[in-house]
Design a binder for this molecule. Structure first.
Ligand SMILES: C[S@@+](CC[C@H](N)C(=O)[O-])C[C@H]1O[C@@H](n2cnc3c(N)ncnc32)[C@H](O)[C@@H]1O
Length: 277
């Protein structure tokens, strides 16, 4: 049975389900594209053989397991180490050395960090740049809305497949192989990364004066006004001239374009513009 709600399901039932999701899962559905929410719900309704929104709503109310599965479906967590290597090559070759040229302090925010591969990748690049200088003051703040995925990120244990873009040397240097066949991030990388719950839609930046903010493959699911609001948040959180790294299929909305200057458009990297003039 493939569920195709819409006509047979009233809009009232759909809205009522959204209200429950907002309340019980703490996800602000109205800020995502409606089409996206409908598609994700449909996939869970098919998986649970729920014939319509009303039946699925009952299941969401009754089952904590289903609430967790729905939360995962709505906040897709796909990621890997060194995702889009060409982007991280620009960060490694150009951006990190430029920031660390005259000072040994660096602050990075990985927003929507999922299970941790992105912030740990940044930790690896920083460590490799700085092998000889033990005094570097580097912190990577890594945030996500999903507490379960943050728990896994803190655990720092990964399948081999998610490491495939790293070299054999990097895997050996920065991970401990476990008897289970998985790989655990070593303490010298972990100690640079601070994980924390944060909802990008809360309107509050996780801090200020960041040298780099990466928010990749997160805002694709947000509606246009919300995407712009989050981009403004990043401009606020960056120090003058700080770098904003987007996902490869993401773009700056017209409204927020003036807040940034182009830096490496092919890799979707921008710099905070000086808007005081
Ligand atoms: C596809 S992953 C991106 C992971 C990583 N940035 C990358 O590009 O590989 C998207 C992440 O965004 C998170 N997310 C979705 N909505 C969010 C919100 N409102 N606030 C913070 N994180 C959110 C999800 O929980 C998910 O872990």
């Amino acid at each position: 049975m493939v569920v195709r709600p819409g006509r047979q399901d009233s809009d009232v039932e759909f809205r009522s389900l959204l209200a429950t999701i907002e309340r019980k899962l703490q996800i602000r559905c109205s800020q995502y594209k409606e089409d996206y929410i409908r598609r994700r719900l449909l996939s869970r309704m098919n998986a649970t053989r729920s014939p319509n929104y009303q039946e699925y709503h009952k299941l969401v109310n009754a089952s904590a397991d289903e609430r967790e599965l729905l939360k995962n479906a709505l906040t897709i967590n796909v990621t890997k180490f060194l995702r889009d290597p060409e982007v991280f090559e620009v960060i490694r070759r150009d951006i990190l050395p430029a920031i660390l040229k005259d000072c040994s302090r660096i602050r990075i925010w990985s927003a929507g960090c999922s299970s941790g591969e992105e912030p740990y990748t940044l930790g690896i690049l920083l460590y490799e740049l700085n092998l000889t200088n033990k005094n570097m003051d580097a912190i990577i703040y890594a945030t996500d809305i999903d507490d379960e995925i943050l728990r896994r990120a803190k655990e720092g244990v990964y399948d081999k497949a998610t490491l495939e873009n790293l070299s054999d040397y990097q895997i050996k240097r920065h991970f401990n192989p476990l008897p289970s066949g998985k790989y655990e991030v070593k303490p010298h990388i972990r100690e640079r990364v601070r994980f924390q719950h944060h909802d990008l839609m809360s309107g509050v930046p996780v801090g200020r004066s960041f040298d780099i903010v990466t928010c990749r493959n997160v805002t694709i699911y947000f509606n246009e006004p919300q995407k712009n609001a989050v981009t403004r948040l990043f401009a606020e959180a960056l120090s003058p001239g700080g770098f904003y790294v987007m996902g490869m299929s993401e773009y700056l909305g017209k409204e927020v374009e003036p807040l940034f200057k182009s830096y490496k458009p092919l890799q979707k990297i921008y710099r905070k513009a000086d808007t005081t003039q």
